[in-house]
Design a protein around this ligand. Structure first.
Ligand code: AMP
Length: 204
């Protein structure tokens, strides 16, 4: 198993780098933002609740978000070589919950890839994404709220994972392929240990 968290502020490139990591390592991708946007699109009850928070740039409450993730893991992650968590955890209680959810399934979190990008670049990227994709929360007012939420509630997780020896700091500015190569190099030793251990067990 190789379980990774792709960590970073909104607009730091988590989705883009996830897509490349899936290709390279065959991991299953779980983006909590995408899960919520899918509920909104389908008009489910959860989608209606999520819409209120997302349009205000606020986080969905921890209890709700954690139970959604538990469900998604149950439905999608069984038998997979590992999971990339994109956009989760965003708070310390979510990080504690992730530890428990993985432990309950006999596994662990192996590394946290932190994409670090200067704030002006984040804003520019999200404004461009808003224009290109029509994503509703990529407007200047909501972007500012999301960045505040990131600084107040999510960025303490850098220290949290640093103390656990899991945080890998990546300069997330610049060319997508170069950033990916840096991540892949950093993950080589982590993935070698965990993917090889998995293969060896599988061959017994
Ligand atoms: P993202 O696509 O990861 O930027 O997420 C878009 C929005 O979905 C966020 O601004 C939050 O409102 C909500 N969201 C996504 N993931 C989480 C999470 N782990 N906890 C709480 N809210 C979340």
């Amino acid at each position: 198993m190789l379980n990774l968290v792709l960590f970073g502020a909104p607009g730091s490139g988590k989705g883009t780098q996830s897509a490349k990591l899936i290709e390279e390592y065959g991991l299953h991708h779980i983006s909590t933002g995408e899960v919520l946007r899918d509920h909104i699109k389908r008009g489910t009850d959860l989608g209606k609740v999520a819409q209120e928070y997302i349009s205000q740039g606020q986080l969905i409450p921890d209890d709700l978000m954690i139970s959604i993730l538990d469900d998604v893991l149950e439905k999608e992650a069984k038998g997979k070589a590992g999971v990339i968590f994109d956009g989760f955890p965003r708070t310390i209680p979510q990080a504690e919950a992730l530890k428990d959810l993985l432990k309950k399934r006999g596994t662990d979190l192996h590394a946290v890839v932190g994409l670090e990008v200067p704030e002006d670049e984040l804003v520019e990227r999200m404004l461009n994404r808003g224009k290109e994709t029509g994503r509703a929360d990529d407007n200047l007012e909501t972007i500012k709220k999301r960045l505040d939420v990131y600084h107040n509630q999510t960025s303490p997780l850098r220290d949290y994972y640093h103390k656990e020896g899991k945080y890998i700091k990546i300069n997330g500015s610049g060319i997508v392929d170069e950033i990916f190569n840096t991540i892949a190099k950093e993950l080589e030793s982590v993935s070698y240990t965990h993917l090889r251990a998995h293969e060896t067990r599988g061959n017994l």
